[in-house]
Design a protein. Structure first.
Length: 558
């Protein structure tokens, strides 16, 4: 999942400790200040700009890496800070040298991290591509044997991080959930998904009555949209999963796809055709039944080029989905989404796709109400207009302040939903958010502010758990000096990620020695070669970095 407004909420983002951590980090290496600055013969490295979007934590990391590259390689780096939309356009237009990025796995399969680097991929904003790599990813997507699939992904990731190096993985995130002890039913999974239909309030050993079942949390930012087809960030998905219900959902502990609106499903022998059997008691908040046609309409709407859905590609695994989205096919009847009857939906894929059920749980494939969308157009998500089918319904939305959800009595499993009301704040400043938590104004915080990491890290309210997310830098391989993969590797090896995690982030983040985060069942990422087999890829090795840079013809420190 692309990190958008949500990235600042997930990444530790307070200025005071970030700056303090940077000073500690720099002082620890003060002994290197006196390094001989004489350069070897060769050409000068072109001016390098490091692009990042506005966030104090992004800035602190960029400052640290700038210092590392200057010390170890004699490179002068200019930091360029741009607000999100400008940053996005510059990366899409390849108007940068090095740029920060982050990625949350959309599902627990290596494909969600590795297919983004295929040629023409919407998030491959490096200028790099490889026919061999594309072939490995395509073969893995079709392969049904689990061991063979993982072997193909392994080969692709090895090529990505050891041979071609269009990216510099820096660290793997951790979840940082701070929850009041009276909140029950919260689970802490690899994707940090929290469907609140499982949550309740219990005090003094007693479940509070419905009128007191009010749950409040800070979502970290204002959602850009709550239209499932258009949302791209976790801030939005945090809301969508409360008010919409898909055919399947992720089990809150294991993340396995489990029944939701679809009470069961069948596959043909090779897994290329899925038939979903919808429950008959699922209804919209306007009282209409939720039918197979609702899902067909919603998925075709996400694929419609006029919708301009960033995540339309998640539906490309459906037969002719990509062709319809690109406009090569105009007839929606040629897309492999077939309504058998009101409660039976048949989906034909381009080829067997082992992770298709995980995609069905993804927010882009959530259903929307056709009558509501067509009646209100761009205003269909406004309170008073919106029609949903989830455990909660939207009753109030004050932009840049809060949203209020109430339990939906039309939800098919309403009897099991204990919360009566959910209040969602949109406070970007984590320090302010933590003050509210300490004052009892909220029940849940999703990020520990940097100045308070040491204070909160070992408290019982704090839950630090692995997160299927990687923080990394992109290289623009279309421009010198990063059109040479030896230079890209040199910059990788000159980056001390252990120091960044230890002295700047400080909340248990793990230095990234590969791109796919750990924890995906059945998959282990490749290790590095040549320079440091023990530590793995991208181990901090300034000597090797300088040797590679000199080998590529550039001046380096002696």
């Amino acid at each position: 999942m692309k990190r958008k407004n949500s990235s600042s909420a997930i990444i530790i983002a307070a200025a005071v400790l970030a700056l303090a951590g940077l000073l500690i980090f720099m002082s620890i290496r003060k002994d290197k200040k006196d390094r001989n600055v004489e350069l070897t013969e060769g050409k000068d490295i072109p001016k390098i700009e490091l692009l990042y979007n506005s966030s104090e934590s992004h800035k602190a990391i960029a400052e640290a890496i700038k210092e590392q590259w200057h010390k170890e390689l004699g490179v002068d780096v200019q930091l360029v800070n741009k607000e999100w939309k400008v940053y996005l356009k510059d990366t899409q237009d390849l108007n940068y040298n090095v740029g920060r990025a982050g990625w949350i796995g959309d599902y627990t399969d290596p494909n969600t991290f590795l297919d983004m680097w295929v040629k023409g991929g919407g998030n491959n904003q490096t200028g790099w591509s490889s026919t061999k790599y594309d072939g490995l990813i395509a073969a893995a997507a079709r392969e049904l044997d689990p061991e063979k699939r993982m072997s193909l992904f392994y080969e692709a990731e090895d090529m990505l991080i050891n041979d071609e190096v269009p990216i510099l993985p820096i660290y793997f995130y951790v979840n940082q959930n701070v929850v009041k002890p009276y909140v029950k039913g919260m689970t802490y999974n690899l994707r940090d998904l929290h469907p609140l239909k499982y949550v309740w309030i219990e005090k003094n050993g007693k479940v509070l009555p419905p009128s007191e079942q009010v749950f409040t949390f800070n979502n970290g930012a204002e959602p850009e949209t709550i239209d499932p087809a258009l949302m791209t960030g976790s801030v939005e998905f945090n809301i969508a999963m409360q008010i919409f219900e898909g055919l399947v959902i992720n089990d809150p502990e294991t993340l396995e796809p489990i029944p939701a609106v679809a009470e069961s499903w069948d596959m043909n022998k090779d897994g290329s055709v899925y038939t979903f059997h919808l429950r008959h008691d699922a209804v919209w908040t306007n009282g209409d039944p939720v039918t197979a046609e609702d899902f067909r309409y919603s998925w075709l709407r996400a694929l419609d080029p006029l919708t301009a859905a960033d995540y339309a590609y998640q539906l490309y695994y459906i037969k002719n989905g990509k062709a319809f989205n690109s406009g090569d096919i105009k007839d929606p009847g040629q897309v492999g989404i077939n309504v058998i009857d009101d409660y039976t939906l048949e989906v034909t894929l381009e080829s067997p796709t082992p992770f298709f059920l995980d995609l069905v749980a993804f927010h882009t494939l959530l259903p929307v109400n056709k009558k509501c969308v067509e009646k209100y157009g761009d205003k269909w998500t406004s309170p008073g207009n919106i029609v949903t089918n989830g455990a909660f319904r939207l009753v109030e939305w004050k932009p840049k302040d809060k949203m209020i959800l109430e339990k939906s009595n039309t939800f098919f499993d309403a009897a099991q939903v204990k919360l009566h009301k959910v209040i969602i704040h949109a406070i970007e400043d984590n320090i302010t958010g933590m003050r509210m938590f300490e004052a009892g104004e909220t029940d849940w915080m999703r990020t520990v502010p940097s100045p308070q990491v040491d204070q909160w890290l070992n408290r019982p309210e704090t839950h630090i758990t692995p997160f299927l997310t990687v923080y990394y830098y992109r290289f623009n391989v279309t421009k010198p000096p990063f059109n040479d993969k030896r230079v890209r590797m040199a910059f990788n090896l000159a980056t001390d990620k252990d120091a960044i995690c230890k002295y700047i982030l400080k909340a248990g983040q793990v230095p990234a020695t590969h791109f796919v985060p750990p924890g995906i069942p059945g998959y282990t990422s490749p290790k590095g070669r040549d320079w440091d087999k023990a530590k793995g890829a991208y181990a901090y090795n300034p000597e090797k970095a300088r040797a590679l840079l000199q080998e590529s013809g550039y001046k380096v420190r002696k």
